[in-house]
Ligand binder design. Structure first.
Ligand code: FAD
Ligand code: 2HG
Ligand code: ZN
Length: 456
């Protein structure tokens, strides 16, 4: 992103949990701050050593430990790249339960630590459901290795059902490296579908997007695997960036439309074709959707997906991107983008070229909106025109200021827009229980605590 700058004199790349344990025990004794880092694809600066912290990168820990082809449970080192795991599973008839544009670089340990959402959450749920076990190194004097529901780690192994006490592994999911270093993960993987269809539709307004979503869920039911959305600014940006042709034969009326991508995944192609075909026919006949294109083969499906997946890259190529990753109720989803644009018009920042474009897109099936504000440069004037205004606008809608990317360096002081004071205080206490010397990702994730123990 070019937004958060690293400043570390040392990067360590341990090859085993035991090496991680020794490093962490040493850092604890010497009070050396540590930034855990996976693929460094995070979008809120969490994996960046913004002071002079030591970087502990997991890329050397990249072995699959075990796969059970009856239960579909995969156990891996934290440094395995998401796409490598998908490719490992495919010939066995399984897939990873998550998918994101950064799949070629992000690590499963980073995914778990950010509780990454992505393109398949609608169908397969969040990592809080699919992660069955975690191995982590705690920031204490021994670099204690804690195994929760891991094979061979002592106690119960990776099970879907285990109600013995607090579910400690959940705390590491989305902790962004503040409670320990995740070194191993057991995850439940679903069967690879034998039939996948992808369609992209153009609709005249945002209300029609909601109607299409409702109809799609009603008609496709269990075979729906993704429902993604982007606006006209998004399509224009991607077509300019990639040089690709619009997938539609006709231009939208008035030059503006909204776009949705629908993916189905199932086990019976004829059945799925019939269902999706029926849906598209109905939406076109009833005039809910203005145009549509259905992929005829895998290449076309990939091309349609790339219209959506290229959005972050296209925005990054146009300028410096202020990214907001929020959850808002669908009833007030797109009005947030419109209000943001109106603000730039009012304060003259659209006209003077400070803001190049504002794009709205996201995982609409999960009420997750990405607003990418592409500016000429990162500077204080631009930032203060956007923040905290945008967080206030999200809070007014009872939304979340971080749907899936996390808090990192960007949002510790804004958590209060989505969490109450007692909840934040409890999170701070919890963090100190795990990390009494505050050596993991200092200054990130939560606002500074007024109640640090003496040791902190
Ligand atoms: P990093 O960026 O290296 O680290 C992220 C955070 O986790 C940091 O705070 C770091 O300290 C901590 N961490 C990393 N590894 C460990 C570990 N082993 N133990 C403890 N802490 C650790 N995110 C989504 O949720 N959904 C998307 O659809 C999505 N799409 C993206 C598309 C693009 C093009 C890009 C660039 C990013 C996207 N992201 C998305 C954001 C990002 O890819 C995810 O957050 C990803 O899960 C981060 O993984 P990583 O290995 O790169 O972690
Ligand atoms: C996506 O859904 C990612 O493409 C990235 O979460 C969003 O870059 C962004 O704002
Ligand atoms: Zn996303």
């Amino acid at each position: 992103m070019d937004k958060y700058k690293g400043n570390s004199p040392v990067v360590l790349k341990p090859k085993s949990t035991d090496e991680v344990s020794k490093i962490i025990a040493y850092c604890y004794k010497k009070r050396i701050a540590v930034v855990p880092q996976g693929g460094n694809t995070g979008l809120v600066g969490g994996g960046v050593p913004v002071y002079d912290e030591l970087v502990l990168n997991t890329e050397g820990m990249n072995q699959v430990r075990d796969f059970d082809d009856v239960s579909g449970i995969l156990t891996t080192d934290a440094g395995c790249i998401l796409e490598v795991l998908s490719n490992y599973l495919a010939p066995k008839g399984y897939m990873m339960p998550l998918d994101l544009g950064a799949k070629g670089s992000c690590h499963i340990g980073g995914n778990v630590s950010t509780n990454a959402g992505g393109l398949r959450l609608l169908r397969y749920g969040s990592l809080h459901g699919s992660v069955l076990g975690i191995e982590a190194v705690l920031p204490d004097e021994h670099g204690t290795v804690i195994s929760v529901n891991m094979p061979g780690g002592g106690g119960a192994g990776p099970l879907r059902k285990d109600n013995t006490g607090y579910d400690l592994k959940q705390l590491f999911i989305g902790a962004e490296g503040t409670l320990g270093i995740v070194t191993g993960v057991s995850i439940l993987t679903p069967r690879l579908p034998s039939a996948v269809n992808v369609a992209v539709l153009s609709v005249p307004d945002f209300n029609s997007v909601k109607t299409v979503f409702k109809e799609t869920r009603a008609q496709l039911g269990e075979i729906l695997s993704a429902f993604e959305f982007w606006d006209q600014e998004g399509l224009d940006l991607v077509l300019d960036h990639t040089g690709a042709k619009s997938p539609f034969e006709t231009a939208p009326e008035g030059g503006r439309a909204f776009y949705v991508l629908i993916e189905t995944s199932g086990s019976n192609k004829d059945h799925d074709d019939e269902k999706l075909g029926g849906l598209l026919e109905k939406l076109l006949e009833e005039g809910i959707c203005a145009d549509g294109t259905l992929a005829q083969d895998e290449t076309q499906a990939a091309n349609l997906w790339s219209l959506r997946e290229s959005l972050p890259e296209a925005a990054g190529k146009l300028g410096k991107v202020y990214k907001f990753d929020v959850s808002v109720p669908l009833s007030e989803y797109y009005s947030l983008v419109e209000e943001t644009r109106a603000r730039f018009v009012e304060n003259g920042m659209a006209e003077d070229g400070t803001i190049k474009t504002t794009v709205g897109y996201g995982h609409i099936g999960d009420s997750n909106l990405h607003i990418n504000i592409v500016a000429k440069e990162y500077n204080e004037r631009t930032e203060s025109a956007i923040e905290p205004w945008i967080y206030e606008a999200v809070a007014k809608r009872n939304g979340s200021i971080s749907a899936e990317h996390g808090l990192g360096v960007m949002k510790p002081n804004h958590v209060h827009y989505s969490k109450t004071e007692p909840a934040i205080a409890l999170m701070q206490q919890l963090r100190r229980v795990f990390d009494p010397r505050g050596i993991l990702n200092p200054g990130k994730y939560l606002p500074p605590s007024e109640h640090l123990p003496e040791e902190g």
